[in-house]
Write a protein that binds this ligand. Structure first.
Ligand code: TK8
Length: 343
């Protein structure tokens, strides 16, 4: 309502100004008085690369919009978990967020393809697919549910941690209670490996581990370190079983109130911040993996051990093929192969 009142005031002022500008022979400038505020809600804390990258985005848009856009960042799931924040974007109660793709599958089912384990052999292969037509098409589909997907940011390769024992092979996780993201395929993969997985929002994870509701979880090294997981987890395994993307997104209801020049500033900044985010996250994930070795047991896998994990979770490819769409899986695999051929 406030925006609406402001918009009316702007129109009224513009109506007064335009005739005099026309008289002066200049083109009527768009009314500049209107300002827009963006709240960004994040699941991770203010130490994360995710937070640092949204700060980067904030600086770009505030400077380039000459103050017509202001940005405030809320972290540590203070505004809700990934799914709840997306629901808020849908109704215009929140402007922006940056969820993992796994909890997005209830909004656009195609995102399930990114839940397939061992799909991407490297960061660059993942970026190649995410930034291709396939990735863009999935971003575009968000518009049907009231969200504009701006860019794929990086969460990272995920690794298993637990409080029970050193884990090298699937036999070591038999019956282990593991928290997964809220995706049937993540759940299915850990079931196939023999664990006892439970889906849970990220905001509940730390206390669930602390209270022993779950024995373990999986996340990128940066998250494991910066969210203080070693306080409640003694063992980590370099499984790298899945590459996990984030999607930086904005409410369509809010988006449609923005003039075209501000939309462009946001679009461009989201992609520049994406590149910043990928570089930062990759570097941090590598650095924090080393630092974690001082505070927990970090187990590196042999090729053979890694192969055992791949084989154990392979059944999800068939089990979920119909649900994901065989064509989509094939298209992603072909694009990965295309990337590999270029190396
Ligand atoms: C943060 C989440 C988190 C993700 C998870 O909002 O849930 O484990 O990796 O980082 O998106």
């Amino acid at each position: 309502m406030r925006h609406f009142a402001k918009a009316l005031a702007v129109v009224a002022i513009a109506a007064l100004l335009i005739p005099s500008m026309a008289f002066a022979g200049g083109q009527a400038e768009p009314a500049e008085a209107e300002t827009f505020h963006i709240d960004v809600g994040l699941g991770l804390n203010d130490q994360s690369a995710q937070y640092a990258s949204v700060e980067y985005f904030k600086e770009l848009v505030e400077e380039r919009s000459d103050g017509r856009i202001t940005v405030a960042i809320y972290h540590s799931s203070a505004l809700g978990d990934d799914r709840e924040m997306m629901e808020d974007l849908q109704v215009g109660a929140l402007e922006m967020t940056c969820p993992s793709t796994a909890p997005m599958v209830g909004f656009v089912s195609g995102y399930q393809v990114y839940d397939l384990p061992f799909l991407f052999p490297s960061y660059d292969a993942a970026y190649y697919v995410l930034d291709s037509e396939i990735g863009q098409d999935l971003l575009d589909q968000l518009e049907d549910v009231g969200i504009i997907g701006l860019a794929y940011w990086c969460n990272g390769f995920r690794h298993l941690t637990n409080s029970r024992r050193e884990v090298r092979v699937p036999a070591d996780v038999q019956g282990m209670r593991l928290r997964t993201m809220e995706s049937p395929i993540h759940l299915g993969a850990w079931e196939a490996a023999g664990a006892n997985p439970t889906p849970m929002a990220f905001g509940e994870l730390f206390s669930a581990m602390q209270q022993g509701v779950v024995d373990g979880q999986e996340n990128p090294w940066g998250t494991i370190y910066l969210q203080s997981f070693p306080e409640v987890q003694d063992y980590a395994t370099d499984t790298g079983h899945i590459y996990s993307p984030f999607v930086f997104m904005i409410s369509k209801i809010f988006w449609d109130t923005l003039p075209a020049d501000l939309q462009e500033i946001i679009e461009v900044a989201a992609v520049e911040a994406r590149d910043h985010n990928r570089e930062l996250n990759q570097r941090w994930n590598n650095e924090f993996r080393e630092q974690l070795k001082d505070v927990m047991t970090v187990t590196e896998l042999t090729m053979d051990e890694r192969r055992q994990w791949q084989e154990a979770v392979q059944p999800v490819y068939d089990r979920f093929a119909d649900q994901i769409g065989e064509d989509l899986i094939q298209a992603v695999q072909d694009t990965v192969a295309e990337w590999e051929a270029m190396q």
